[in-house]
Write a protein that binds this ligand. Structure first.
Ligand SMILES: NC(=O)C1=CN([C@@H]2O[C@H](COP(=O)(O)OP(=O)(O)OC[C@H]3O[C@@H](n4cnc5c(N)ncnc54)[C@H](O)[C@@H]3O)[C@@H](O)[C@H]2O)C=CC1
Ligand SMILES: O=C(O)C(=O)COP(=O)(O)O
Length: 632
């Protein structure tokens, strides 16, 4: 019982069969994990029998061997050999140039289709054949692309930092995990920022072009010095702080604006954190390093340029959209901005004859911030590992649209995750009538402090259990909250402290569904009038411990029959013989009663689904008052 259950929760499980993985770093660790697993595709969830670790994938949407579409604009379309088909590898579409080390790593675990320069139409046509997609900044992964994938696409890997070209909302809605490669190009982007800063200050690009045109203009290209000048770093994250560190080395005064940056980190680098307006009014140079978000969209506009020191110089290696480009042209023409050095543009590539690109005081590069040999190899490996990990069922540390759950929490909660899904699955099957499930309450009884128990995985899996059996929705950690909200399902959580051992994460999980009728009336608790199921984990195995007001004790590994009867001798034998006649194997049986010879609830675990006729025979036993078959 371990991470594979969470794979379903993370939406990242694509049931990769055991296979060799590269022997380096995280990939090598995964190799060992994969080798010890058996790949079994089931509906959802995870079971562990006889100590065999079983990997579970996400039903029919999981393992598929896709024929690679060779009619597209493929740069290198691999042929699918018979042996590859036999291993049931997932298909990864690499839509933009990725370093060789990353491709090699992916090829160990997937069929890799490198198809560059796809039109949006081609991408949409191909995507339903792909389990994962890897892009850089040049591919727009729109809602249309997610819709065209028809639920097959499980992971989008952004081989770089900025994910503004991926429609995260659309990804989340369909439960597609988005991962990025946030660290490998930091230094490259910072170095490019510094290159543009120094090149701009000394007119390197213009002087070079003029000399190549046969001129020798020593007076025309006099520059400005950097030492003692003030540089404002806007966005003091990974790239911003590396730029700051380097600018300090050039003898500049560095100030920074970042509403979320830690003052201590800034202090450690000798950087003063200031407000947006103060940065503008004090800076001789402004270097942009914030992401493009609704808040930063065109944050540099007429108004902000109006606050700048006359003659300010601007470097943008972040995203074109943070600058209102026509406003920058106006500021350059007015001499407010003396020079600009731009690597990124609102529309890439910019239109021919673009006023900003052609401005004499502007130098430009075609989005080269991350383009060093070293960064591209690093990014390729970083994203390949993230995508391979996600396909192998691991929760990703670089997930952009899913909560990050530390590996140790995942391991510890594994059996509870299975329990949570099964409680949800059973509870929803107990509902009768058409009112629908709208209010679900989950109670966690635990000796742990609130901040020492992460219930997001559990809530996601209860949601999965509640919704999947009664709909065609596919639910995982990525989209659980979204789908619940869409369906008007309100899941409230309550923590009940206990005096138990804190080594045990949870004593019980109780799922209650209020304001519904039940097809098994005994599932309605006398206490709260709601369908109530309680479960616990014993020796790593999930158990059902309460149904309504009745205590039971049945392991949740197989489907179960719940049966309310008048407590009397011989009942177990009668039920057992009816099921036995049909060759339905009983795996577990428990009777919960409030007092002898009164009503009792019998919970029977069955390996096979009994026929309708058999269930009817159970119902015909005179002492049986009601019964229900619940499928796991
Ligand atoms: N030109 C290129 O090839 C490259 C561009 N980039 C871009 O550089 C940017 C920064 O990348 P990283 O440093 O890796 O990201 P990061 O996430 O480490 O840093 C971004 C920082 O911006 C801050 N921020 C957010 N909103 C802000 C606001 N309104 N004002 C000021 N700061 C704000 C955040 O708090 C964070 O500290 C991203 O947009 C990324 O896409 C990154 C690598 C290469
Ligand atoms: O990582 C980023 O955010 C970048 O802008 C790099 O983009 P690229 O991968 O070079 O298209």
């Amino acid at each position: 019982m371990e991470t594979a259950a969470m794979a379903a929760a993370a939406g990242s499980a694509v049931g990769v069969a055991a296979k060799a993985m590269p022997k380096a770093g995280a990939a090598a660790r995964r190799d060992c994990q994969l080798a010890s697993r058996v790949s079994i595709v089931r509906d959802a969830g995870l079971v562990s029998k006889a100590g065999v670790r079983t990997r579970v994938s996400v039903g029919a949407r999981s393992v598929r061997v896709a024929a690679v579409n060779s009619s597209s604009a493929a740069v290198a379309t691999p042929s699918v050999t018979e042996s590859e088909k036999a291993v049931s590898k997932p298909t990864v579409l690499v839509a933009e140039k990725l370093g060789a080390a990353g491709i090699e790593l992916l090829e160990k675990v997937a069929i890799v289709d490198c198809s560059y320069n796809l039109s949006n139409e081609d991408l949409c046509a191909k995507i339903s054949q792909c389990d994962a997609l890897i892009v850089r900044s040049g591919t727009k992964v729109t809602k249309e692309v997610f819709e065209a994938s028809k639920g097959r696409l499980k992971v989008v890997g952004r081989a770089g930092v900025g994910i503004d070209n991926v429609d995260l909302q659309a990804a989340t809605e369909v439960g597609c995990l988005v991962v990025n490669a946030p660290t490998a190009n930091t230094v490259a982007a910072a170095e490019h920022g510094i290159s543009l800063l120094t090149a701009m200050a000394r007119n390197v690009a213009q002087a070079s072009a003029s000399m190549k045109a046969g001129k020798w203009q020593r007076n025309k290209w006099v520059g400005v010095s950097l030492v003692e000048k003030t540089l404002a770093v806007m966005g003091f994250g990974k790239v911003g702080s590396e730029v700051a560190r380097r600018a300090k080395g050039l003898g500049m005064h560095v100030i920074a604006h970042d509403p979320y940056a830690s003052a201590e980190r800034a202090k450690a680098l000798g950087v003063e954190l200031v407000s947006f307006d103060e940065a503008l009014t004090r800076a001789d140079f402004i270097s942009l390093h914030m992401p493009l978000t609704p808040t930063t969209d065109k944050i540099f506009n007429d108004e902000s340029f109006g606050k700048c020191k006359k003659g300010v110089r601007i470097i943008n290696v972040a995203r074109g959209g943070v600058i209102d480009e026509p406003a920058l042209v106006r500021a350059l023409d007015a001499g407010i901005v003396a020079q600009a050095a731009l690597d990124v543009f609102t529309v890439e590539p910019p239109k021919e004859g673009d006023a900003l690109v052609n401005h004499e005081n502007v130098i430009v590069t075609p989005h080269l911030g991350a383009s060093t040999m070293e960064a591209q190899e690093g990014v390729a490996v970083e994203i390949a590992e993230a995508v391979a990990g996600a396909l192998a069922g691991e929760l990703s540390a670089t997930a952009v649209n899913a909560p990050m759950v530390p590996a140790e929490v995942i391991t510890e909660l594994a059996p509870y995750v299975t329990l949570a899904e099964r409680l949800g699955r059973l509870a929803v099957q107990l509902v009768s009538g058409g009112a629908g499930v709208k209010q679900v309450k989950v109670v966690y009884r635990s000796a742990r402090a609130d901040d020492d128990l992460d219930t997001r995985l559990l809530r996601a899996m209860i949601t999965k259990g509640l919704i999947e059996p009664v709909s065609s929705a596919f639910i995982n950690l990525v989209n659980a909250d979204y789908v619940a909200k869409q369906r008007g399902l309100k899941i409230s959580e309550e923590r009940q402290p206990t005096d138990g051992a804190i080594e045990v994460p949870l004593e019980t999980i109780t799922v209650t569904i209020a304001n519904v009728e039940s097809k098994f009336a005994s599932a309605i608790s006398e206490q709260n009038g709601a369908i109530t199921l309680e479960g616990k984990v014993k020796d790593g195995v999930p158990y059902l411990s309460r149904v309504g007001s009745f205590s039971v004790d049945v392991s949740l590994e197989d489907s179960i029959i719940l049966c309310r009867q008048v407590d009397q001798p011989g009942m177990i034998g009668k039920v057992g013989s009816i099921l036995g006649q049909e060759n339905v194997n009983i795996s577990f049986m428990s009777v919960g009663r409030k007092s002898p010879r009164q009503h009792a609830v019998m919970a029977i675990g069955v390996d096979e689904e009994p026929s309708k006729a058999t269930l009817q025979k159970l119902g015909e036993i005179p002492a049986v008052e009601e019964f229900v078959f619940l499928k796991l």
